[in-house]
Design a protein around this ligand. Structure first.
Ligand SMILES: Cc1cc2nc3c(=O)[nH]c(=O)nc-3n(C[C@H](O)[C@H](O)[C@H](O)COP(=O)(O)OP(=O)(O)OC[C@H]3O[C@@H](n4cnc5c(N)ncnc54)[C@H](O)[C@@H]3O)c2cc1C
Length: 413
């Protein structure tokens, strides 16, 4: 919008919209790199209330594109020293990530990626034969060809991470405002010059960063980020077996399961049981105005529901799910913020001077947030990207032109 507005707040250099893990990490890294800048972080609800608080919380360095592996490596380095940075623990649990493969070709491809990961400094990732899997992970009894295994992967507390970054940003002088919903962008002199808040006030800003995750198209319809509802399940306490260190285990790049809170398991998968069609599809616009976290029919806790279907698929390799009658205690959902190639956008918006997007992490926003925060700071300060190839790999222009971005990722779950 442009023209007359309500009361004007003190101008800032950068207004970051969205206090999820990416907005919070960006605010922290920007303030750290440029303490002289006036920075505001504007979150409509509370910090971490979007997809951040609803994720599976897992982090891995096992990717197939160099830029994603490097983003993971840089991020893990920061997560390991998070307490020093934020004054609070991020709940890192290095239970490892085990990718199981039943297909020989898929295993060969995975082994190729392990070489890349090792080249990027991931020293503890390895390829295992079927016999080694059986010996080291006796819970796998379904005959797999082999696996890749990285013991320093794991999961953490995403909400604690977002809050930790926001608090650290606040200590660096960032004006962190919650309950601050941005209703529109403000244009002046042919550029984005701030934001209009829902309370009618204007926050002038030399640059506006949209770290608005699945809701980015509300403020920048041109950016191709689609909200996709995803579900996770948790079991009740499992009494017959110690699952406290059950690694994040992924079968054929599909269904996955890991230890949750030490005594139970959590699992998920990316496919809907059936795609909605006709009237049902029309009733799901894909971009809800308000987050809709209703657990829909087909995704609940009853015995004929999707959560059990996932367990059944996993049980082809992990039999004890059936023996122990692992059940569902809870089903929850959130939104993936998906770009056409499942990779984040960190870039200026072409033809919209003053507007930057840092969103669309497509399911790996938690594990990469430290790196993305650094890259947002690099972009805003016009410095070379700290991660080789990141500027091009995370660019917006190719997506708008329908072109492929370099260094594509195929290890998407
Ligand atoms: C079920 C599920 C499982 C997942 N599992 C993993 C995983 O294992 N590992 C992993 O790394 N990632 C995972 N993800 C993805 C991860 O959660 C996201 O990539 C990450 O949280 C993105 O962070 P974000 O800051 O971009 O978005 P969000 O956390 O959604 O933050 C965006 C923020 O913007 C705010 N906002 C939006 N519009 C406005 C506005 N107009 N004004 C002010 N504020 C606004 C929202 O309230 C929200 O807080 C998962 C996601 C889901 C749903």
């Amino acid at each position: 919008m442009s023209g007359a507005h309500g009361a004007r707040r003190e101008p800032v250099d950068v207004a970051i919209v969205g206090g999820g893990v990416i907005g919070a990490a960006s605010a922290y890294h920007l303030a750290l790199a440029a303490p002289h800048l006036r920075v505001a972080l504007l979150e409509q609800d509370h910090v971490g209330s979007g997809s951040t608080a609803r994720s599976f919380a897992a982090y891995r360095k096992q990717f197939r594109s160099r830029v994603h592996v490097l983003s993971s490596v840089v991020s893990q380095r920061e997560l390991e020293r998070f307490e020093a940075l934020a004054g609070a623990d991020v709940g890192l649990r290095q239970i490892g990530y085990l990718f199981l493969y039943r297909d020989e070709d898929a295993l060969a491809q995975a082994a190729g990626a392990v070489a890349l990961q090792r080249d990027c400094g991931v020293d503890d990732v390895e390829v295992l034969t079927g016999a080694e899997v059986a010996r080291r992970f006796p819970f796998v009894d379904g005959g797999v060809r082999g696996a890749t295994w990285c013991p320093s992967d794991g999961y953490l507390d995403p909400w604690g991470m977002a809050v930790g970054y926001a608090e650290a940003a606040r200590r660096q002088g960032v004006d962190v405002r919650v309950g601050a919903r941005v209703a529109d962008l403000v244009h002046e002199g042919g550029r984005v010059a701030g934001v209009l808040l829902a309370d009618g006030t204007v926050q002038p800003a030399a640059q506006v960063v949209l770290a608005t995750g699945a809701w980015t198209r509300r403020l920048a319809p041109v950016v191709p980020i689609t909200p996709v509802k995803r579900y996770v399940y948790t079991s009740p306490r499992i009494r017959g077996r110690d699952v406290s260190a059950f690694p994040m285990t992924v079968l054929d790049l599909g269904p996955y399961v890991r230890s949750e809170a030490r005594e139970s398991l959590a699992w998920g998968f990316d496919e809907r049981p059936t795609e909605p069609t006709g009237a049902e599809a029309a009733a799901r616009p894909g971009l809800p105005d308000e987050p809709d976290y209703a657990v829909e029919p087909g995704f609940g806790r009853d015995h004929d529901e999707y959560g059990y279907e996932i367990l059944l698929r996993l049980s082809e390799a992990i039999g004890f799910f059936l023996e122990e009658e692992v059940g569902i205690a809870d089903a929850a959902c959130g939104y993936y913020e998906v770009t056409p190639d499942h990779r984040v956008v960190i870039d200026h918006v072409p033809d919209r001077p003053g507007l930057v997007v840092a969103a669309g992490a497509s399911g790996h926003g938690i594990m990469h947030a430290p790196a993305y925060g650094m890259l947002v700071a690099d972009l805003l300060l016009d410095r070379p990207a700290r991660i080789e190839g990141a500027r091009e790999a995370y660019a917006l222009g190719p997506l708008l032109r329908g072109e492929a971005r370099p260094d594509p990722e195929t290890m998407i779950i």
